[in-house]
Structure formats: structure tokens, C-alpha cells
Design a protein around this ligand. Structure first.
Ligand code: HEM
Length: 150
């Protein structure tokens, strides 16, 4: 459970990012209905990730970086970059969806491009955090504050 759940949640994010890339390609080919369905599925996977991640934070806790001391500061800078990027992408994602449902497609197109790029980078950095934390340098379980501040 300790390592399976993070693997599962990380794969939710990776799948969501793959769907965003597919959804982008679809709209470039003017396939509007398919774009809508694929992007809504991507948003659903991101939401599922968020719910599971929040539950895990409350019920189990978060893992601290267990690597060597000299890597701690670079790791924390990387982690914070990922946290800020993912939070910003979530806000942009909501705005992108609202604009789509209000049929303000001019703005949706502009913001949607930024959202998509940010989400792709978030998923990639998330995968990197997973590998650093669960594959290369696993540490003890603590609160979320232990995990992000040390
Ligand atoms: C978070 C989810 C979504 C993201 C990230 C997203 C992203 C994008 C992007 C990047 C574009 C512009 C493509 C380009 O020109 O490079 C676009 C266009 C478009 N999207 Fe979405 N989209 C999402 C959800 C939706 C939904 C739910 C709908 C339908 C209700 C929708 C309808 C459209 C339409 C109609 C266009 C074309 C706009 C135009 O031709 O000016 N999108 N979207």
C-alpha cells in the first residue's frame, strides 16, 4: 500500500497528461466533440488524483526525502517548483473548463494552451518526484509539513 498507492496516483497524472496531449491534437484537427470528451476525461483523472492524494495525506501521511544531505536542498527546490506548478495548473484547468462551458472559445483557446503546457510539465516533474522519493531515496513517513519543509 505504501508504494502501490503513490504508483497508482502518479499513473493517474501521467495518463491525464497523455490525454491532454491527445485532446490538443484532436482540436487541431477540429474534432470538437472528441476534444471535449478527452479533455473532460483528463480533468476527471486529475480530480481523482487530487482526491486520493488528499486522502492519503490525511490518513497515511507523506514520505520524507531519504537521500543524502547534499541533495536535500536541490530536491526541496524541485519539489516546491512542482507544487507551485501543479497548483497553478489546477486553477488554470478550472478556468479553461469554465471558459469552454460558457462557450468563450477565443479565451479558452489562449488559456487552454497555457494550461496544457503547464499540465504536461507538472506530470513530468511529478513523475520525477515519484522516482526520487519512492524508487531512489525513500525516507520515513511523516506529516505533509515534514515532507515539504524537512
Ligand atoms: C481542461 C480541459 C481542456 C483543455 C486543457 C483544453 C485545451 C484546449 C486548447 C489548448 C485549445 C486550443 C488548441 C490550439 O489552437 O492550439 C482548445 C480549443 C478548443 N476547446 Fe478546449 N480544452 C479543454 C476542455 C474543453 C471542453 C470541455 C470543451 C467543450 C465544452 C472544449 C472546447 C474547445 C473548442 C471548441 C476549441 C476550439 C476553439 C476555437 O476554435 O477557437 N475544450 N482547447
Amino acid at each position: 500500500m505504501q508504494t502501490l498507492l503513490p504508483l497508482f496516483t502518479t499513473s493517474l497524472v501521467s495518463s491525464s497528461a497523455i490525454l491532454v496531449a491527445i485532446g490538443w491534437r484532436l482540436i487541431l484537427k477540429n474534432k470538437r466533440e472528441q476534444h471535449k470528451r478527452v479533455m473532460l476525461t483528463a480533468a476527471g483523472l486529475a480530480l481523482a488524483f487530487f482526491i486520493l492524494y488528499s486522502l492519503r495525506t490525511v490518513v497515511i501521511g507523506n514520505v520524507k526525502f531519504g537521500g543524502p544531505d547534499y541533495l536535500l536542498v536541490p530536491y526541496l527546490i524541485f519539489l516546491w517548483t512542482h507544487i507551485i506548478l501543479s497548483t497553478t495548473s489546477a486553477v488554470f484547468g478550472i478556468v479553461t473548463l469554465v471558459l469552454a462551458f460558457r462557450e468563450r472559445f477565443e479565451r479558452h483557446r489562449k488559456i487552454g494552451r497555457i494550461t496544457s503546457v503547464m499540465w504536461l510539465i507538472t506530470a513530468f516533474t511529478g513523475l520525477a518526484v515519484y522516482i526520487l522519493l519512492y524508487v531512489l531515496f525513500p525516507g520515513d513517513v511523516g506529516t505533509i509539513f515534514d515532507a515539504i519543509l524537512h
